[in-house]
Structures are given as C-alpha cells and as structure tokens.
Design a protein around this ligand. Structure first.
Ligand code: BGC
Length: 359
C-alpha cells in the first residue's frame, strides 16, 4: 500500500450539538492508504474508505449520513466507548470497600457506561504532529461522579495513520481518585461496504484459545472456557456464518456471537488479535491490540429498520465488531485482569485496525 506520504488531516465544521456547541469532522489520509473520518462529538469513527483488490474504494464502516444521526445514535456505530466498555452487572461495583452505583440501561445492568458515556460527550480536538505526520488528539475531562464513576478522569485519545496504512488508536487516562477504566472503539465493519448485506461469508481468525461465557443477560460467569470443539473456535479461519445459529447454549443466548475472547499473548504487548477476510472484495482487516480481550459481536440486534449513511438498510448481521477491551464486568470479577486505575498511574491501551487486500 502506498502510504509513503506523511499523514494529513483536513478539518471542517460539522454542525452543532443540541446545546449549541460546535462539532468538527476530521479526515485523515496518507497516500493510497484508507482514509478515516472522525468527529469530535463522541469520538465516532464516521467512515473508513478502503480499496478492494481492484483498487475500487468503499466505506467499510457503518454510520449515519450527518451529525444528527450521531446525536440520536443508539447502536454505538464507531464511537469511543468509556469510561467502561461493555457490561457491568447490577449497575454497580465495590472499590476499596465503597459501593458505587451506575445508571442501569440494559435491564438491571450498565452497558457501555450508561446514557452519559463518552459516546455522548463533546471532545476537545487538536491536530498534533508525530512521526507519521499529522494525528488527531481528542481530550475529555470526565468530572468525578459522571455516570456514577468515582474520580476526575482525564482521557486523551490519539488517532494516527501508520506507514503501512494501519489506523492506530492510542488511549491514555489519569485520575485523581481510585476508579475503573475500560476504553474501546465500537466500529461496525462490513468489508464488502456498509449496507452491503450480511457478513456471514467473511472469514474470521481469532488469536484466542478461550472465551468468557456469559449468563442470559451477557454477564460473564467468570469462567474462561476453551474454544476447542465449540462454535467459538476461530483458531483457523472459518466463515462467520458457519456456526452462528448452532444449537450451542452460548450462541443461543448471544443470538449469535456477542462474546469476549481472551487474546493470546501478553497484555500490554501490541499483538495480532483478529483477522477477517472478505474473499469477494479481497479486503482484509487485521486488529492488533495491547488489551487482554476482544468482544466479537455480529450485529445480532440490527433489524433493517435503520437506514445507513448512504440510505441502505442495516440488516441483522450486516456488520461485525471487534472491540478490544478488558473483560466485561471486570470490576465485579476479582479473577479477571484488573481495570482499577489509581492516582499517579497511567491507563494505556493501543489498538490498530489495519486494512489491506488479498489477491
Ligand atoms: C455488546 C452488544 C450490544 C452492542 C451494541 C456490544 O459491545 O456486547 O450486546 O448490543 O455492543 O450496544
């Protein structure tokens, strides 16, 4: 991929929030690499336009046609999820003997931090320069108590395009009181192009020997279950649709895949977690992360009623998400890798989404 030129950012006004604050849209480009658009509202990835094997470019992420769509978003299409991605059981947790209560928005549980999460906040954007050229930094100071979480949390997220065209997302956060943190991006991908039907024929490989099975409300039971001999075994490439309706209790409860996988290797080291190939277009997505887990979600709750950015319906299983993260409900699961952040320490996570092509 010709990405030799330094990364450039074009910025433009993109409307106003409901309270009248100015929102911007930033488009990152680098030679022939995929272009990536991100908005300062919610840190949403608004588009990733990538070539297929013939060089034809298409937008491979789901989203809305304008800011109004994002202001009304309920699907988290590409947003920056925080303070805590995925679920926290019974909308609360105990830290240092103190109980904290969050907003329940998924039955009795909290999903993606409740209604005031990072996806619904306006971030402060800055174009910064780094070794790859221009990068976008989004910053947000979350006041203590926001969404029920303790500690003033200062978060910075830097989006850059690597020389090989990979989109690098670097997260850092600090706090003034003990708290829990788990940040991710919730991009929905369809490598055939957004709105181009189901992703069941895409082939997935996951660098995971185990996953975290859940109860009926998708809260992990605490077990790390080997994938061997189950529909969760993606150690070799398999079509996403091959076992998605299997008579497996976990598949049935997730209405397909909606599970956290344990990424092989050492958390903190940037390593390959997932590879998806769409043989028809030739597009390939590789996901690298420093995180211990990755949520593989197959758009099981999409129903074709939402029309996407180019007017096409977003059908059931019309996209897949690979959300790099700590395991869901870690604040209530002492055996899971810790999500506690204390004053004086820096939370860090890096994820790379790299698009390419196969012949
Ligand atoms: C969750 C799903 C949820 C989706 C959209 C995923 O991270 O695991 O259960 O439906 O996000 O909110």
């Amino acid at each position: 991929m010709n990405a030799n030129a330094a990364s450039r950012i074009e910025r433009r006004p993109w409307g106003k929030t409901k309270s009248g604050e100015a929102v911007e849209l930033f488009t990152l480009s680098r030679g022939g690499a995929p272009t990536v658009a991100i908005t300062s509202y919610g840190g949403f990835i608004v588009s990733i336009v990538a070539p297929d094997r013939t060089g034809a470019r298409a937008d491979v992420t789901l989203g809305y046609k304008d800011l109004a769509g994002y202001l009304g978003d309920g699907s988290y299409f590409g947003c920056l999820v925080g303070r805590y991605a995925n679920r926290i059981a019974k909308a609360g947790f105990t830290l240092d003997d103190k109980r904290y209560t969050l907003a329940a928005n998924d039955g009795p549980n909290t999903l993606h931090s409740g209604p005031d999460g990072f996806c619904r906040q306006l971030w402060t954007p800055d174009v910064v320069s780094g070794k790859d050229g221009e990068a976008l930094q989004l910053s947000y100071v979350s006041p203590a108590g926001e969404g029920g979480f303790p500690g003033t949390l200062t978060t910075k997220v830097v989006y850059s395009l690597r020389e090989d065209g990979g989109l690098v997302i670097d997260y850092t956060a600090t706090t003034d009181a003990p708290t829990v943190v788990n940040l991710t991006n919730h991009a929905y991908f369809n490598l055939a192009g957004e709105g181009e039907g189901a992703i069941l024929d895409h082939e997935l490989q996951l660098e995971s020997d185990a996953y975290t099975p859940t109860d009926a409300r998708l809260i992990p039971t605490g077990e790390l279950r080997p994938v061997e001999g189950t529909p969760f075994d993606f150690r070799k490439p398999v079509a996403i649709g091959a076992r998605i309706d299997a008579a497996d209790e976990q598949i049935q409860m997730g209405h397909g895949y909606d599970h956290n996988f344990v990424v092989r290797g050492t958390p903190g080291a940037l390593r390959l977690a997932a590879r998806v190939v769409d043989k028809k277009s030739g597009r390939v997505l590789e996901t690298f992360t420093t995180e211990p887990g990755i949520q593989f979600y197959t758009g099981n709750f999409m129903d074709g009623k939402t029309l996407g950015k180019s007017g096409k319906p977003y059908v059931k299983r019309g996209a897949f998400c690979l959300e790099t993260q700590h395991y869901p409900d870690s604040p209530n699961q002492p055996a899971f890798p810790s999500t506690v952040l204390r004053p004086g320490r820096i939370y860090r996570q890096t994820t790379v989404y790299k698009l390419g092509v196969v012949k």
